[in-house]
Design a protein around this ligand. Structure first.
Ligand code: CA
Length: 519
């Protein structure tokens, strides 16, 4: 057991540092620079490095994460009750596309084995997805999927899985409300995710508000192969159809249709494609003070490698980037992209205001126990996941990715809603960092989980795929973990390796973002 006190300071101007030692440090411990701890400080929490006067800024990442609510002596534990949170940055008068970073040098020669689709996208898995227009059909579809897996799937071993896209939308909702466009296009775009190979089948009840033709209007279906002049007709099984007599008739009809899609999916083969075909969504969940020191910077380094290789990277979580908006608008590639960032932040501010809360509603008891005092501190650690590349595009919730490079895909920070919206945008691989620990996973794409602390990686050795805690231990660097993650992504995308969440089949349900009223 090491007794050498380990503390981490992000910038030379910071007046606090993070205690890195497992189990924290006891009062009386002398830090390397001579500061003596006046309080016991838990792991991941902040210690004052100098005397901080009442009202003076508390600096981490070189910026004020709050102001001292009272005088804080050097060596004291700087917990959330000693901090007052700064106001959110106003959305006018922001720097727009002012940062002219040197272009990142291209990274060539990296490939993976993927499934190329007729529309040009590339899948990392070969999955039959069954789209549903309404929750009423979920039980019947789930029953049919069980039988498909037991009776049909063994005959089509090149198909990885069958996934029912269950959700809570489609009826009992104000479907003509302006914001209804968000859940509807989210579902539409998820059914077109590259891992589903252009095979779309729909189970509908019949009387629901979200009719199949409204969910997937003509022209929205992917062309399945290059020889087809027209996309196929929409394949719908309608449970209220007069032809169905009894439950088994519905189940068999779903199975019959599924088999036609399984045959086509089974004919797909992996081929060598450039790393530029990766579409990686990054997010964090169950964050702690190490997220912004170890895992997120390593993911950010990897994001830069991906952008250099010509791939697409999405970062998200609006309430977690709101406090860094000036950094983001400065990093936008053009003033138009910066304006689009402002548009999404303003929309979200208004959305929170309608609910009578603000961005401070984001932080959880676990975040605070892990050392994150407030959303400003959390935001600075969250944004580093995006690396340093210019932001080339902004997606509103549920929109589909339009371009390669680094995109801001606006989503809530909720792990499930963010993952669902990144699936809709077209991600084929997900990188997820966690400090407190979460067994999160998705059925449609592999999720690579990155632990922020070695203690978590040790205890959750069969849930965490990468241990970025070695950066805090001093046994690895941000660069080395970033490269390790990049190589793991190519292996996982190729199907050569499975993530732990895939191994155990840990799948979170889709959760649609529906800001419109329900009825
Ligand atoms: Ca999240």
């Amino acid at each position: 057991m090491t007794t050498t006190p380990l503390t981490l300071r992000m910038q030379a101007s910071d007046n606090v540092a993070i205690v890195a030692n497992d189990g924290g440090l006891a009062a009386g411990t002398v830090l390397a620079d001579g500061v003596v701890l006046l309080d016991p400080v838990p792991q991941g929490h902040k210690v004052a490095l100098v005397d901080i006067a009442a009202g003076a800024p508390v600096l981490r990442y070189g910026i004020p994460i709050g102001h001292a609510a009272q005088a804080i002596a050097a060596g004291r534990w700087v917990h959330e009750r000693l901090l007052t949170m700064p106001a959110a940055r106003a959305l006018d008068d922001l720097p727009l596309a002012t940062l002219r970073a040197a272009a990142l040098p291209p990274l060539q020669g990296h490939t993976f084995e993927g499934y190329r689709n007729a529309d040009g996208s590339v899948g990392t898995r070969n999955i039959l997805a069954i789209t549903q227009t309404v929750p009423c059909v979920a039980g019947v579809t789930a029953f049919a999927v069980q039988r498909i897996k037991a009776e049909l799937l063994p005959r089509y071993p090149r198909v990885d899985d069958v996934v029912a896209l269950e959700h809570g939308y489609g009826c009992g909702v104000a479907i003509d409300a302006a914001d209804a466009v968000i859940p509807i296009r989210t579902l539409r775009h998820i059914s077109q995710n590259p891992n589903f190979g252009g095979e779309v089948m729909v189970v509908s009840l019949g009387c629901e508000k979200l009719q199949p033709g409204r969910l997937l209007p003509p022209g929205s279906l992917p062309i399945r192969d290059g020889r087809e002049a027209q996309p196929p007709a929409l394949d719908v099984i309608c449970l209220q159809d007069d032809a169905h007599v009894g439950f088994m008739s519905m189940v068999e009809s779903i199975m019959r249709q599924a088999e036609a899609h399984l045959q086509r999916l089974h004919a797909r083969r992996r081929e060598t494609v450039p790393a530029s075909e990766l579409v990686v969504g990054v997010q964090c969940g169950g964050s702690d003070a190490f997220s912004g020191v170890t895992a997120n910077p390593a993911v950010g380094f990897c994001a830069d490698l991906l952008v250099r290789a010509g791939a697409s990277v999405m970062f998200s979580e609006t309430t977690e980037v709101r406090d860094g908006i000036a950094q983001l608008t400065a990093r936008a590639a053009t003033p138009e992209v910066a304006q689009a960032l402002v548009r999404e932040m303003a929309w979200y501010d208004a959305y929170l205001q309608r609910g009578g809360v603000d961005r401070s509603a984001n932080t959880t008891p676990g975040n605070k126990a892990g050392g994150l005092s407030n959303i400003v501190e959390k935001a600075m650690g969250s944004i580093v996941k995006s690396g340093t590349a210019p932001i080339v595009d902004v997606l509103a919730p549920g929109e589909k990715l339009r371009t390669r490079g680094l995109t801001y895909a606006a989503t809530p920070a909720s792990d499930f809603i963010c993952g669902t919206l990144q699936l809709a945008a077209g991600m084929n691989l997900h990188a997820f960092t966690t400090g407190r620990g979460t067994p999160y996973g998705l059925a449609a794409v592999p999720v690579i989980k990155v632990a922020t602390r070695s203690d978590l990686a040790r205890r959750w050795h069969d849930l965490m795929d990468v241990n970025a805690g070695r950066i805090a231990d001093g046994t690895a660097t941000i660069e080395s973990v970033g490269w390790e993650l990049f190589r793991l992504m190519l292996d996982v995308a190729s199907g050569r390796k499975k993530t732990w969440a895939e191994q155990w089949k840990l799948h979170n349900a889709l959760v649609l973002f529906n800001p419109a009223p329900v009825t």
